[in-house]
Design a binder for this molecule. Structure first.
Ligand SMILES: Nc1ncnc2c1ncn2[C@@H]1O[C@H](COP(=O)(O)OP(=O)(O)OP(=O)(O)O)[C@@H](O)[C@H]1O
Length: 458
């Protein structure tokens, strides 16, 4: 079999020579180009399996040239994986490159063994279809709770596979209900920290006055109500994973406190004189565009860069519709099982109909629709008409909301859900397909309920 060809693009001949040597020793054929123009010419001339691309050419150090070259390569050969080379300190640029479609990046100077490993896994996951198959990923990792085979999801799963077993902080971006928490669980489960805890904290539900004592813990007597020592979330996540959900909701003063512990890896419980060590891997998530919050001055840039070394963008359900039938069947089996109902089926037309819906609440909304329809239909075969009838409109009718404004309907539905779940915020949020923060905001707007219950978190 012919060796796989790897194109090195760098204007430094010393880099070209040492990379070419490493590639040769690892059984690949190395090709070299000094600049973007030469690189594109090489790619047009012969098949290449992987590109190792520098980000800076000539004297310019902004990386714009590198990003442009990456865009040109992606346009010419979308399935060709590109690994970016960056200098330390320009990680932000590498992250921009990954968002623009680079498979991954490494920093100069590199470690030969690690780089050879990165090249090998990148080539493996770049399969003929562009990505590893679901089967190949499952053979290597445990993604058991995550259903789906869409290339967009597989790309996410390959990234998790690559980064799970490192300490690299991961930022998960995606709309509400699209599975960010499942991704965080998968990162933890596939890491060496899996034996320890993953501690999940909703940053939107922590009030500023309690931030430090919640996160860092406190000692007895630290303040009037501190009757006992209390362990904070960071201590509970020691040697494990800290999942900071809805990180975009954290206010500026708490952002500094979080930054400090992430930087120093030490913290002080409130009222304590001792300093504790924090060995935590941080995974954070938000449904807000964090980069925009940084641009607006609402989120600290230094904290942003601490959190987003690896950024995972989880596509919304409408961008991976081909997974809807698979998800629907799986969820239905799960729901039927949990209610002790016989196995249920969905007609092909109903699956087509479900696949065509916009699903603004993503998989959480799909799940609720299936659950409600199954319960209301009272039959084990679900048809398109059942979803049309019970998909949403019927739910509203049962609540008797005809003639109300949208605002009134919302208030009514929230009040109904609060009553149904005896005020349990997590359950109410789940039922309504809202994040807890979004629910709190609505509770406040409608004058329902009280301030967030600090004791309640994921
Ligand atoms: N790929 C998937 N396969 C199976 N179930 C999924 C998948 N993705 C999401 N779910 C289910 O959908 C629901 C919502 O997922 P999850 O809570 O992880 O979303 P989220 O993005 O964290 O939402 P939020 O931003 O509101 O916190 C959960 O019940 C989860 O189990």
């Amino acid at each position: 079999m012919e060796p796989q060809r790897i194109l090195i693009i760098d204007d430094d001949s010393a880099v070209q020579v040492s990379l070419a040597l490493l590639l040769k020793q690892s059984g690949y054929q190395a090709l070299c180009a000094d600049d973007p123009k030469q690189a594109l010419a090489v790619l047009a001339r012969q098949p290449v399996d992987l590109v190792l691309q520098d980000m800076n050419f000539s004297l310019q150090t902004s990386g714009e040239e590198g990003l442009q070259l990456l865009a040109d390569i992606r346009a010419a050969q979308p399935a060709l994986p590109v690994l970016l080379m960056t200098a330390w300190g320009s990680i932000a640029l590498a992250v921009r490159g990954m968002q623009a479609g680079a498979a991954n990046f490494f920093t100069k100077p590199w470690d030969n063994t690690q780089l050879a490993e990165l090249i090998r896994t990148t080539l493996e996951t770049a399969a003929p279809t562009g990505r590893a198959s679901r089967q190949a990923l499952d053979a290597q990792f445990d993604f058991s709770a995550i259903i789906g085979e869409h290339p967009g999801l597989l790309k996410v799963l390959s990234t998790i596979g690559q980064v799970a077993n490192t300490r690299a902080p991961v930022l998960i971006l995606g709309e509400s209900g699209c599975g960010k928490e499942l991704i965080a669980d998968a990162i933890h489960r596939n890491s060496a920290r899996a034996g320890q805890a993953i501690v999940k904290i909703n940053m939107g539900a922590i009030t500023s006055s309690l931030f430090e004592s919640e996160m860092f813990g406190h000692v007895r007597g630290a303040f009037t109500d501190a009757k006992h020592d209390r362990k904070g979330h960071i201590a509970s996540a020691h040697e494990g994973t800290l999942f900071l959900d809805e990180i975009g909701e954290l206010n500026r003063s708490d952002q500094v406190k979080l930054l400090r512990v992430l930087q120093d890896q030490t913290y002080q419980p409130v009222g304590a004189s001792r300093t504790e060590r924090a060995d935590v891997r941080v995974v954070s998530a938000t449904n807000r565009e964090l980069a925009e919050l940084v641009a607006n001055g609402e989120f600290r840039e230094d904290l942003f860069y601490r959190l987003n070394l690896i950024t995972i963008r989880l596509p919304p359900l409408r961008e991976r519709r081909s997974d809807i039938p698979l998800l629907a069947r799986h969820i239905l089996a799960e729901v039927a099982g949990s209610y002790g109902l016989p196995a249920a089926t969905i007609t092909p037309q109903a699956l087509e109909w479900l696949s065509a819906q916009p699903w603004p609440g993503n998989i959480r909304q799909l799940k609720q629709t299936l659950e409600r329809t199954l319960l209301l239909v009272g039959r084990s075969e679900l048809r398109q008409a059942d979803f049309v009838e019970h998909g949403g409109a019927a739910g509203a009718q049962r609540l008797g909301v005809d003639g109300m404004t949208l605002e009134q309907v919302e208030r009514h539905m929230i009040a109904h859900a609060l009553e149904q779940h005896q005020g349990n915020i997590s359950r109410v949020a789940k039922t309504l397909g809202l994040s807890r923060t979004a629910l709190y905001r609505r509770l406040e707007r409608h004058g329902l309920g009280t301030a967030p219950d600090e004791t309640e978190r994921a």
